[in-house]
Every structure is written in structure tokens, then in C-alpha cells.
Ligand binder design. Sequence first.
Ligand SMILES: *Cc1c(COP(=O)(O)O)cnc(C)c1O
Length: 474
Amino acid sequence: MSSELQNFLRSIPSMDELLSLPWAAETELELGRDAVKSLFGEVLDGIRMSAREGETPPARISDVIEDEARRLMEARSRASLRAVVNATGVVVHTNLGRSPLPGEALDAVASVARGYSTLEYSLESGGRSHRNAHVEWLLCRVTGAESALVVNNNAGAVLLALTSAARGREVVVSRGELVEIGGAFRIPDILSFSGAKMVEVGCTNCTRAGDYRSAITDETALLLKVHPSNFRMEGFTESAARSELVALARESGVAFMEDLGSGLLEELGVPELGGESTVRACIDAGVDVVTFSGDKLLGGPQIGCIAGSRELIDGMRRNQLIRALRVDKMCLAAFETILRMYLKGNSGEIPTVNMLRAGAEKLRARAEELRCSIEELFRELSVSSYDVSVVGTEDAVGGGSFPAAPLPGWGVALRSTTGVRASHLADGLRNASTPVIAGISCDSVVLHVRTLWGDAGTGVLNALREAVGGGRLR
Ligand SMILES: *Cc1c(COP(=O)(O)O)cnc(C)c1O
């Protein structure tokens, strides 16, 4: 080892010196001594490692260590799962938690989370009952299904349905529907994991009812149709109609399951989003099992729903997997509230549904309002280095739904007149105490108003105050 390196390693402050820094003592109150020690350890190891690898050691090493450790500890002391403002215009944004819940649902969650509840208890008999009973009757009412079951998410619903209805037997599925939904949910993999044998029929772009028909054998348990969700095929394409597959399944004595994905319960009445089937339309058409998510178009908490035939769903209830996929009380409380809102005809108050239905004129007026508030804020902060304008935007449903149907929306574009890059302003907004996630287009930051739910507009102004008011981004 060179004497230079030895000298450098000796100049690194000791753990005890670091722990006695005043701010480190404060951090200890948040994280505890062991965690603070291990974070200092991480930083020291990193510095020693890069010095040994021949990187030139920084001059004022104790400052560097202190800065690095402080940054790390601040990050670790902050809550990790935090509320953010979604200014992207993507309504069902999986990375941002999909569907915001209405106040009524939050109240229901708080009231069961705060204390004990009737989760698996019948007030009528004074004895045990089933947790899913709180929502299954309601699900049947809003979908028209004979029976229903809920699990942790739709991936779980599909897995449970396939395992229970087709394990050790054959499932016939179109080659055009062997899709990946994202996050490792791939239809061929889930079929293999369920223990069913996948029988692919048709071609990537064309599959007809006859293709399914010729694949049916004594071993066939079900025909499976999967909503292609996040992709669209164009050109020469054909797929078997739902009604044809229902008739074929009936006549062959096999079941027909449809993984619908996004779980539309009511027509949205938005022209760009036409052509999407509701769960009820599938049930009315005679589909035996329909699976869908609770937190996509339905607008509820993360949950997976299975609706359809009593006989098949009773089979799923007896499957061991159901214990591993069960839903917790907070989700059930939120979901029950949401389903009651549909039942009452109040779906327009469900945030996701409301944001999807928001019309262009209303959005334009809101964008105009936001522009005024931002200009007022900038005057107050004496910031004159941004062009603030109302712009048309392309919003999106998200959550792997309607990939080819951008929703026309409105927003406010911020463009620096002094050369501040849009990405830098976006970073600043993302690092605000309530982070704002915005879009970027043509070197402007674009705040899409469609997804500014509740008091998110105030959140945007606060973040701008922090980001631009500080000076660096003026
Ligand atoms: C989204 C989706 C899934 C997965 O649902 P999660 O609720 O995210 O588990 C499965 N199938 C389809 C068709 C989907 O669109």
C-alpha cells in the first residue's frame, strides 16, 4: 500500500467522531443508534473502497463523508411511501398507486382500522362469518353475476380461477392473447404455474371460433379469453366473438373464462373510450367466469374480483390458494363503500371515474384557473423567467387500458425564458415536500389538470414555490 493511501485512510474520521456530530445525534432520535452506525459504515466503506480502487481521494474528506452521510440519513428518515401530486394526466397510474379513493371510502377504512370490526364475525348469530361476505353480494348486484369472490389482486384472481378450474387439464387460448400485462404477469407463465396445460390456437393476428372448436378434447377444462389491455393490433386482425365462444363452450360442455382486466362496471360515456365491455355485458352474454381488478377503471382499492357461475366459484372457495390470496380489512372496507356508491348511482363521485369522464371544456377552464394562480404566485415571488400558458394535452387512461385511445385534455405549460431545462424544473417539483410528478413536452413542464384530484392544485403551487422560489430554477 502506498504511503499516500495509508495517510488518506488514516485521515478518515473514526466512527466515534462521526457519531458525536450534533446532527448525527438528532438522526439517532429518528432511526436509532444501530441504524445510524450502519449508515455511517456504508459511507465509510464506500470511501475506502474507491480509494483502494485508485480513485483520487477527495481533499476535504471529512466534509465529503459528512455530506454523503447526511444525505443518506435524511433520505432514510423521511417516510418512504408518500403522497404525491399526479400531474401526468395518466389516470390509472400504476406506479403512483392507481386509484385515489373518495372520502367516504377513507372514513370506512379508518373506522375499521382504528379498532375491532365485524371482519369475520356475524352480529346476527354472534359467531364466525366470512370476510368476503361484506362485498360479494354487492358485487353480484352491480355485475348481475350469480356468485362472486374477491382476492388480493387480479393476477391472484386469474391464478386462483385457473388453478381451481383447470389444474391438470387443458386451457384453450388464442395466440393473439398470450400477453404480458407488466410486472411479470404473463399469460403463458401464469397458465403453467396454475398447473393447467396451455393449448394455443389461431395466429398472432387472427383466431376464429373454429380454431377453438378443433382444439377441444376430453381433456379441455376451459376456453380462455384475455383482454389485450396494454397493446392494440391493427390491420388484418380477427378474433372470436364473445357470443361465439359462449355458444361453443356450452355445446362442448367446457367452461368459458374471460380475464377482462380493467373492470368497467358502467359505461363511461366517453367517446374515446367506447367499445370496452362492462363486466355485466360479459355476464349477460353468458361468460362463466370473469376476472378483473378493483383499482383500475372500477376506481377502488387493490383487489381482484371473480364473478360468474356459482358452481365454478364455489370450487374456487374450496381451493387452498384462497388463504394465501385473502384480502385485508382495509381493502374490504374501501371496496364495500365503492360498490355501494355504484349501487346508489353515485359512481360520478368516485375519483377515477370522475377524472375519466371530465370533459374538455371543464378541463380547459380548470387549466385557465391554474394558470392564473401560477402567474399570481410568480408575481408574488418576483419570478418573471417563465412563460406560463394553457395548452391542449394528451391524457391517458393508464393501468394498461386503452393504449390506443389518448384522452384529449388540458394543462398548464411552464417554459423557462432563461434557459432552465424542463427536466431540471421537473426534478425540482419532484423533490418538493409534497412531490409533484409532471409531464415534459417540447422543453416545457406540463401540468395536466385532469389528474389534479382534490387539493392537488394547492400542492402544485406549494411545490412551485419551493422549487422556483428558492432561486436556482429562476
Ligand atoms: C391489469 C390486468 C391484470 C393484472 O391485474 P392486477 O390487479 O394488476 O393484478 C391481469 N389481466 C389483465 C387483462 C389486466 O388488464
